[in-house]
Design a protein around this ligand. Structure first.
Ligand code: GUN
Length: 305
């Protein structure tokens, strides 16, 4: 699923995500026909962060496209933690709901950690509960819910390099719980030799240049330059940053990744674009995780993505 450009192959996340979504749709209709179970997802959003609203709306749209039962709970900014925990408790006990996603960030007065740990691990399609984090960290990847962005990134890496990354070095820039740490665990589970770099790492460019697989997940626009890339490396750009684009007109903006794409594409062997790379894969993996949750609840075989 890649096209040739001047240097690197461009790994097309939109096309790959369509593949995943097509497989989810087919499996959803099988599940409904054989067991009467329709995968159900509940997305909870608290407050009015515009970016979160866009993400949540697109998750709902994709869930309906997959044939899921999809509900959105929109709570006001001043919702109390107790009310949010009550809602999660009712979703935990709702047999029509197989996946629960609470959109982050939450307002400051709510303890995110407590909220996440209240979701039952079997419905934790974000893969943020300690049980799922622990399964991934101990290599029990098949029974874990893996966070959607690293799971989608891993599929892109596998399409490029295969499932066994023995002998390859991987550098993950960023140590977040949502992307960096689970990404490192997935790469390790696939036998790569993994280094996690972050803001306190010494000589990051030199370290990045050692990587056969470079994953950038820092949230800093175009930070990774062309001369940070080992020739032929596979580069996965997780960043989605909005920057000013005066060349498009007064007040206009555009999306860029954490990688300076124009420079990196001349050196890399394969690279994900922004937009159209990891982003679409993230939503596709949320659908895949929700289907898996529904299959487990119905006691039927789990499709592999
Ligand atoms: N906010 C930004 N990314 C994510 C994500 O993957 N899951 C949730 N729940 N919130 C997010």
């Amino acid at each position: 699923m890649a096209t040739e450009t001047s240097g690197a192959k461009v790994i097309d996340g939109k096309l790959l995500a369509e593949d995943v979504v097509a497989a989810v749709k087919a499996a959803t209709s099988d599940l409904l026909n054989t067991t009467g179970t329709k995968p159900g997802i509940a997305v909870v959003i608290v407050g009015e962060d515009p970016a979160s609203q866009v993400y949540v709306a697109s998750k709902g749209r994709k869930a309906r496209e997959c044939g899921f039962h999809s509900v959105q709970h929109t709570l006001t900014e001043d919702t109390s933690e107790a009310d949010l925990l009550d809602l999660i408790d009712s979703l935990n006990n709702d047999p029509a709901i197989h996946g629960i996603l609470v959109q982050l960030p939450l307002p400051k007065h709510i303890d995110e950690g407590r909220v996440i740990q209240t979701i039952v691990p079997d419905k934790d399609v974000d893969g943020f509960h300690y049980i799922n984090v622990g399964k991934l960290g101990t290599g029990a990847v098949d029974s874990a819910f893996v966070p959607c962005t690293p799971a989608g990134s891993m599929i892109m890496i596998e399409r490029q390099l295969g499932r066994d990354l023995s002998g390859l070095t991987a550098v993950v820039i960023g140590r977040s719980n949502i992307v960096g740490k689970p990404m490192a665990n997935l790469l390790l589970a696939a036998n790569a030799t993994v280094t996690v770099a972050h803001s306190r790492t010494k000589d990051l460019p030199a370290l990045a240049r050692t990587a056969d697989i470079l994953v950038a997940a820092v949230g800093r626009p175009q930070m990774v330059k062309g001369d940070w890339i080992k020739p032929g490396a596979t580069v996965i750009d997780v960043g989605i940053n909005r920057i000013d684009a005066p060349e498009k007109g007064e007040g206009k903006t555009r999306l860029v990744g954490d990688v300076d794409y124009a420079e990196a594409a001349k050196v890399a062997g394969a690279i994900t674009p922004v937009p159209g790379g990891v982003g679409p894969m993230t939503i596709a993996m949320l659908m895949a995780n929700t289907l898996v949750a529904a299959c487990r609840a119905a006691g039927v075989q789990i499709p592999k993505f």
